[in-house]
Write a protein that binds this ligand. Sequence first.
Ligand code: ADP
Ligand code: ZN
Length: 597
Amino acid sequence: MVKKILIWSIFIIIFTSIFRNFHSNDFDRYRINYSTFLSEVNQKKIRSVIIDGQEIYVTKKDNSKYCTSLPLHDSNLLTHLVSKNVKIQGKNLEEISFLWSVFISWFPMIMFILAWIFFIRQIQISGKGAMSFGKNKAKIFKKNEIKTTFSDVAGCDEAKEDVKELVDYLKNPKKFKKLGGISPKGLLMVGQPGTGKTLLAKAIAGEANVPFFIISGSDFVEMFIGVGASRVRDMFEKSRKLSPCIIFIDEIDAVGRKRGTGLGGGNDEREQTLNQILVEMDGFDKNEGVILIAATNRPDVLDPALLRPGRFDRQVFVPLPDIKGREQILNVHIKKIEISKDFNSTIIARGTPGFSGADLANLVNESALFAARRNHTSVLMDDFEKAKDKIMMGPERKSMIMSAKQKEYIAYHEAGHAIVGKLVPEHDPVHKVTIIPRGNALGLTFFLPKTDHLSISKKKIESQIATLYGGRIAEEIIYGEDFVSTGASNDIKIATNLAKNMVIKWGFSKKLGPLLYYDEEILLERSSLQSNNFSNYTKKIIDQEIKEIIDINYLKAKKIIEKNLDILHSMKNALIKYETINTNQIDLLMNRKFKME
Ligand code: ADP
Ligand code: ZN
């Protein structure tokens, strides 16, 4: 790009300077008519003239210059000029103007040739440019090039189990067929981004030691109609030559969306591409030994034709890993780094609910970076904690300036959360408390679930609500009701939502019973009249019930803190001194074994 700009600007500079030279010499700036010139000659104002054919370049006695043209051939001019003492020069501009004229007449041609060279070179540079539209963009791993095996894929044992027979098939498709097996054709991997679909597909190729084509659905889609289809044809042709092999199409939804929905407009190209895929899959006798694996996280938007028998008729679900799975994935990835002895993958796995395999790989990588930045010789558990917090909560904002008073507010607030969290039943264990601002939060209390929560009990939610108010209550008790800060706004939001869902969604209210109120779907189904009646009568009770849940648990939390005021004070002191306290320190504080004055 820079080169391009450079070349063009050089052109422009040359071009304009040529024109300047040519057009605007000193004489050319003023053009005066011939009669004025003659009268000036008569007034003896002229020092010299240069005569160039019809053109006369005039220098006056005051050194100003202009030019004029002879209207007709004036044979008396020379004698007249001599009589008025004007110096006459005949300038032979022939030579120069010949060169100029050659240059001028060739100039467009030269420009054209240069532009052509330039264009050709651009195409050569980009390689896959204008000349190779129809070629597929698949990346091909040859036999023996893939080192990925099933042991690299962790935490999705069922998915692995599901695809194992593909390996047997790929190892010897002919034998498989002799025994009467129906050869598998297409397999759809369904799962969120980063759960290891690509990795698993690659591992199949690695285990079976067959070539692996990888392409993204969006690589097929081009602006020009027919390009995608020809790419599909090209890819299948290549793969047949290398069979047995695997073709992996990532993000199949980019081409495989339902046809004819009119979404996205201008669908012709996409539909042609999809049709071509279907055609290629159906011509299966030719495709022996070619297995198509496609990945998506939206199987519901795919065109049903893709899922018909003989096409992508088998689905493998690759879920987000559970606690055990996360632990296994971590154990796979820490092999790549120098890890310290204190590392405990269980604790990290517990603290990373919702992380995908890719997130965990990233976490291991970030931890190694933290360790390097802090000059550790191996990656410590603390590096992992730091990396995890950064990924989950945003980076620490240590530079944020806070007064001692603000710090004290935050310390009391977080200690309040921690103490209530410690003492209510069924609550997740408190992992650490910090008053270092991070992301949007001024301080944070971390809880570490022992297992992934698939469903939660009523008791546990009530305890969560109580804990959420712990921060605000601590401020209220220490500073008085009128000096409570706004720091609890997010706590209030979460607690209110929990209480609301308890009433309208989870059936935890005795008065209203286990019914679904105000669900969007219900609202849509009921006629407006009914929903009006429904809301008028019930809304009041719903509001009352929500308020009651909050009140009860608020009071519960308040009693807990009032009973443990001494712990509140010493935890606040510990927080101000250390900024972050961990499980052990919290336990000591809670058992009153670690008094901070
Ligand atoms: P997807 O194709 O589902 O979006 P990828 O297979 O591209 O996810 O995963 C990206 C990276 O995340 C992998 O290269 C790997 O390092 C890591 N990863 C994801 N899932 C797993 C897993 N189950 N086991 C080990 N590593 C994983
Ligand atoms: Zn809070």
